[in-house]
Design a protein around this ligand. Sequence first.
Ligand code: URP
Ligand code: ZN
Ligand code: ZN
Ligand code: ZN
Length: 483
Amino acid sequence: MTTVIKNGTIVTHDLTYKADIRIDGGKILEIGPNLSGDTELDATGAYVMPGGIDPHTHLEMPFMGTYSSDDFESGTRAALSGGTTMVIDFALPSPGQGLLDALKMWDNKSGRAHCDYSYHMAVTWWSQQVFDEMPDVVARGITSFKHFLAYKGALMVNDDELFASFQRLRELGAIAMVHAENGDVVAELSARLLAQGNTGPEAHAYSRPTQVEGEATNRAIMIADMAGVPLYVVHTSCEESHEAIRRARQAGKRVWGEPLIQHLTLDESEYFNPDWDHAARRVMSPPFRNKTHQDSLWNGLASGSLSVVATDHCAFSTEQKRYGLGDFTKIPNGTGGLEDRMPMLWTYGVRTGRLTMNEFVAVTSTNVAKIFGMYPRKGAVAVGADADLVVWDPEKSKTITASAQASNIDYNVFEGHEVTGLPRYVLSRGRVMVNDGSFDGQEGHGRFVARDANGPVSQALSAWKDLTAPRPVVRAGIPATGV
Ligand code: URP
Ligand code: ZN
Ligand code: ZN
Ligand code: ZN
């Protein structure tokens, strides 16, 4: 049974051209004019693009005394509904728990996924056991490791642990990732704010100013440079952090930055809403910023100093958010966005002229696949690639509402936003999962995607670090080794 996508315009990260696509066995078999097959999908007036890849989700994650409310079933249903055909979730060992043990927990949850998925591994504590288990994690195709510089007393690691972990990642050809906020300063500011009677959700923003993010980003970049490992900075939200990344890249360092669709399109005024629920629902780390920072992020995407747009989808219901009534530090941190990332970025990015269509494909899909070691199997419209595709109707509109969303929670941070640009068809390995707004997925269809270590960037950085490593000066009459 072959499927053909007919009469569309293919848009990739570097090309825009008219052609049909023939799919069989879940893969792209042929690209060319006038193809035919058993099933034909009409893409007249539409763009055919690689399905979105969201490299940052937290599905059914134990966090701040509860679990995030979207699991691999509802989360991947939301993803597909919005044109995203793969997610990378974070396997999160609790401090003291082994990495392989945490992986088993994530394997138990992910069996319900409608679309393909992979994991990053989080390093939430440091020990000989963590060090010893890292190669096994990489051997399973989990080749990126996240570290939290925030969440003191919970997930945070210190600089010596970060350096030890980063050095291990270099040996393994893996990618280092970091949540960059200075956790010590956030903890002190939070305590001070509470003592002064600042207990509401706006104090969450006061407790995490842009400076704490900028400092932590600079620190992580320096430590990654000393270790010789490529670094991916998650949820880059402000100019201070972007500036650090931009400067590092300009200096030849291998660093990527990931703004979220929330930070690009929502601002800090949300926290000053008189409705406590409204403000608390938008509590996430880092918090939303002002227009200066938003412009910086948009410009970074256009210029290439920022590489990816993600969601950090970590959905908590209003009831869960209310754990923090009277104490903002107890509001579970996180917002949703999986279903809305692609239409929001198209509407506020492509339709405004801030991004080209090709840049849209790069930051929502292709760059993710390249950075995280799965290109061109994912993130490409190419013969032999997985047929994870979205047929995108640039004129289709809707107003975002919680009542129509796939996510399990009772609100949507983009409620009321009108988006233009929506999927007509979404295919996961050739299977049509979304057909003109109606979901026809299949629980358990999603498969784990093992990713490569030692990608081109890791190899190049390693070669350069070897070439420029400190060497002893050989002096006549002085033995090279100690006497
Ligand atoms: O507030 C956030 N971002 N929650 C999810 C966990 C994280 O820090 O990525
Ligand atoms: Zn984070
Ligand atoms: Zn996150
Ligand atoms: Zn299937």
